[in-house]
Design a protein around this ligand. Sequence first.
Ligand code: NAD
Ligand code: ZN
Length: 378
Amino acid sequence: MKALVYEGPRNVVIKEMPDAKIEKPTDVLVKITTTNICGSDLHMYEGHTNMESGRILGHENLGVVVETGSAVERVKVGDRVCVPFNIGCGFCKNCERGLTGFCLTANPGMAGAAYGFAGMGPYSGGQAEYLRVPFGDYNCLLLPPDAEEKENDYVMLTDIFPTGYHATVLAGVEAGDSVVIYGAGPVGLMATISSALKGASKIMVVDTHPDRLKLAEKLGAIPIDDSDGSSADQVLELTGGEGADRGCECVGYQCSCKGHEVPHLTMNNLVKAVRPTGGIGVVGVFVAEDPGSPDKLMKEGKLAFDFGQFWMKGQHMATGQANVKAYNRKLRDLIAAGKVKPSTIISHELPLEKAPEGYENFDERKDGWTKVVLKAAA
Ligand code: NAD
Ligand code: ZN
């Protein structure tokens, strides 16, 4: 099969790889129709992780079931399914509680497994013609009859829509709250849609890219340009000096200031911009180590975090990978009912063969390159 293979920093190629196949009786084999490039792929693409050369990337996968293992009961050949980026077993202590981002058995020794992901198990990604889905009955979300028509909406259920929603859950967003979201990338924009769904009274989105801020504005947010580093002050001004009720971190440790990575920047801005006793939800990725980081602390995964301010303000914070399965069914039903259209943020639809071009442009955050979806098959 054709697949997008990581061959080293900023070097991904399309090449022939062995076909994905059923390896265990509980597996499902999916013929990929749509698969996305994610901001999380970029940490690997840029060489910031220990991703091994020769592996297939891609964790935002949707397609048609072409084969099922002998122990699969629910999923049938021909079903159109959306596959969460995290792989859960369904029976461990965490999966049982819906915390599928922290499955204890799919990646032994670690909490959490995913497709084509550094440090999250040996599983191949889905930027390919076929994908092996472990624990298929548990992990495949069946799509309704309008699956093909709304494929670009449903594919957002694989990761970024549930992740943006998770940010609002971790922050504790409720009806009437004011919310500040750091990052107007795909995840921040999904947190914007999610805050609106939950009835936020005011949504403020911080970034430095005018095209992305414009998208946030279109989704009903107040855009805040942080080019001069004044975002937290702007939030305070917009909230009568009090600060936002809730804050969402949708950037991660590679957050930057004037082109330089400053890993603690968004976290400290959030502590300043969120009101005393407010909540902060962190879905932007932070890592246990980044030996290549220009920041001395970050090399060891540490952060110059304003903990004193955070403590004095009595804020609370929650973090981590999104438990996609905790939300994807309900968010699917909102798409089916026509209440949300996450595909509005897609900027580019490319054939799988052109994935390397998609990586290069998305990685440069080139004007107008917000979200790339790849079409592997019709
Ligand atoms: P992205 O890189 O396209 O978006 C990040 C945005 O943050 C960019 O628009 C960038 O301009 C902006 N930014 C950079 N520095 C900033 C600063 N100092 N202040 C404000 N904005 C700043 O990626 P994305 O796809 O939106 O993903 C965002 C983060 O979420 C990444 O770290 C990604 O790995 C992570 N992620 C986490 C999960 C999860 O389950 N927790 C899932 C998907 C993605
Ligand atoms: Zn992703």
